[in-house]
Ligand binder design. Structure first.
Ligand code: COA
Length: 162
């Protein structure tokens, strides 16, 4: 395993098995994976920042080299603050490519030392997103195939209160 420290940023509202696939595979390739929940000013989140961080902590408990954090602001600034120059992103489908390429180029423009590495998502998660999980949960559908088992109750609880 190489010693590179990488950053996997995202909204994780909530974390799904698709995200877990990217985190677990990254943790086998890289020395340290920093999963960071972004306080995104352009997105209203269903779960609070703290809830999202705690759900990822529970889901990643078995992964020794994975750290969970959160930040507000630019991803490149946070990456620099933790001594990291590699960003990991997952690609689920061709449709992800355009926006991911744009973001990667924007990040490079902001900080030329930042590289983005893309992992192709497992095909069984190609359709999956946090909003799909939220929509299923809001109708009381079975989400056990799509999110880590340890956070199912928390997601259900969010919707049973609504
Ligand atoms: N499996 C399952 N779902 C996945 C996935 C995977 N492997 N990869 C992405 N997704 C889904 C997410 O669940 C999310 O779904 P949703 O829209 O239904 O909630 C969607 O794809 C987008 O995911 P996310 O990775 O959270 O990206 P984002 O577009 O919300 O945010 C940031 C991307 C946070 C990295 C980016 O906005 C950012 O860096 N923000 C900070 C400000 C900044 O630096 N901007 C860039 C330069 S200007």
């Amino acid at each position: 395993m190489n010693k590179t420290r990488v950053l996997y940023p995202g909204s994780f509202d909530p974390i799904t098995n698709g995200h877990m696939d990217i985190i677990e595979r990254s943790s086998k390739i890289f020395g340290e994976v920093n999963v960071a929940v972004v306080k995104n000013i352009n997105k209203n989140s269903t779960f609070t920042l703290q809830e999202r961080v705690e759900m990822i902590e529970k889901a990643c408990k078995h992964l020794d080299n994975v750290k969970i954090q959160y930040f507000e602001g630019l991803t490149v600034d946070f990456a620099k603050s933790i001594g990291c120059s590699t960003i990991i992103r997952g690609l689920r489908a061709v449709s992800d490519f355009e926006s991911e390429m744009q973001m990667s180029l924007a990040n490079k423009k902001l900080d030329n030392n930042i590289e983005t590495i893309f992992l192709v998502a497992d095909e069984k998660y190609a359709f999956l997103s946090s909003s799909i999980v939220r929509e299923m949960a809001s109708y009381g559908a079975d989400i056990s195939e799509f999110v880590p088992e340890v956070i199912i109750d928390e997601i259900k609880a969010k919707y049973s209160n609504k």
